[in-house]
Design a protein around this ligand. Structure first.
Ligand code: ATP
Length: 235
C-alpha cells in the first residue's frame, strides 16, 4: 500500500537563491530500511535531506512522507507527519542542560518515545542529564540529537553524517543504535562519508553526483562494487 511507504521522492529539484543544486532526485525507502546517500563533497546529499525536511526556501517535485505530499507544506507541519532530521552540526543548545535539550521538542505524533525509553536506548545520556549540552562528547551529542527526535514521534529519521569526527569505538556504538532502531521498525536515511560504516548498517546505497542519483547499490552486492564506489567517491 502506497501510504505504508515512509518515503517516496520524485523529480526533486532545489535551489539556493539562483543556484540550482538538485536536478531531479528519485528515492524510494521502505519501512524499516536503512539507506545511505553517498557522494563527494558538494554532490548535494545534505541538500536532499534539507529538501525532504522542507527547510529549503525553493524546492520542486514530489516528496511523499508516510503517504502525504509535503511539497508546499511548511517544515513545522512536515515534522508532524513523522519525520525527524539531525543536521550535521547536531543542534544541541549550549545554554541548556542535556535533560532540557532532550525535553525541548514537543511530542508531535503518537508513538513518540518517552524520556525513559530514550534513556534506556542511550544509557550514556542518562549519566549526563544535568551537564550542559556542549559538555558532551561528539558521540554523546549525536546520541542526544537522535534521542530528541525519537521523542517527537518521528519514524523516518534523516541523519546527516552521524559518525563525523567520532572515534571508531563511538562509531561502533552509533552503528549498534541504528541497527536497533531498524529492528524496531524505524526507517533511516543517512548521509555518510564513512563508506565502511555505511556498509555495516545500510540495506542500500544511493550514489549522488551533481544533484542527481547516478547509481543505487544493494548492500548485498557491495563487496563486488567497491572499485566502482571508490571511483564515484574519488577515494
Ligand atoms: P558535503 O558533504 O560537503 O556537505 P553534500 O553532498 O552534502 O556535500 P551539499 O551541502 O548538499 O553537498 O551542497 C550541494 C551544492 O550546494 C554544493 O555545490 C554547495 O556548494 C551548494 N550549497 C550548499 N549550501 C549552500 C548554501 N547555503 N548556499 C549556497 N550554496 C550552497
Amino acid at each position: 500500500v502506497e501510504t505504508e511507504r515512509p518515503l517516496k521522492v520524485r523529480g526533486l529539484q532545489a535551489w539556493y537563491g539562483e543556484s540550482h543544486v538538485l536536478h531531479g532526485v528519485d528515492l524510494d525507502v521502505a519501512r524499516g530500511e536503512v539507506v545511505t546517500l553517498l557522494g563527494r563533497n558538494g554532490a548535494g546529499k545534505t541538500t536532499i535531506l534539507k529538501s525532504i525536511m522542507g527547510v529549503m526556501a525553493k524546492r520542486k517535485g514530489s516528496v511523499l512522507v508516510n503517504g502525504y505530499e509535503t511539497i508546499g507544506l511548511p517544515s513545522r507541519l512536515i515534522a508532524r507527519i513523522g519525520i525527524g532530521y539531525v543536521p550535521e552540526e547536531r543542534g544541541i543548545y549550549a545554554s541548556l542542560t542535556v535533560d532540557e535539550n532532550l525535553m525541548l521538542p514537543p511530542r508531535l505524533k503518537a508513538g513518540g518515545l518517552s524520556r525513559e525509553q530514550v534513556l534506556d536506548l542511550f544509557p550514556n545520556i542518562r549519566e549526563r542529564l544535568t551537564s550542559q549540552g556542549t559538555k558532551l562528547s561528539g558521540g554523546e551529542q549525536q546520541m542526544l540529537a537522535i534521542g530528541r527526535i525519537l521523542r517527537t514521534g518521528a519514524d523516518l529519521l534523516l541523519l546527516d553524517e552521524p559518525t563525523e569526527g567520532l572515534a571508531p569505538v563511538i562509531i561502533e556504538q552509533i552503528g549498534r543504535i541504528i541497527t536497533r532502531l531498524k529492528q524496531q521498525g524505524f526507517t533511516i536515511v543517512l548521509v555518510e562519508q564513512n563508506f565502511h560504516f555505511a556498509a555495516t548498517v545500510a540495506d542500500r546505497h544511493y550514489v549522488i553526483e551533481q544533484g542527481k542519483v547516478i547509481d543505487m547499490i544493494s548492500n548485498t552486492h557491495v563487496e563486488a562494487n567497491i572499485p566502482k564506489l571508490q571511483a564515484y567517491l574519488g577515494v
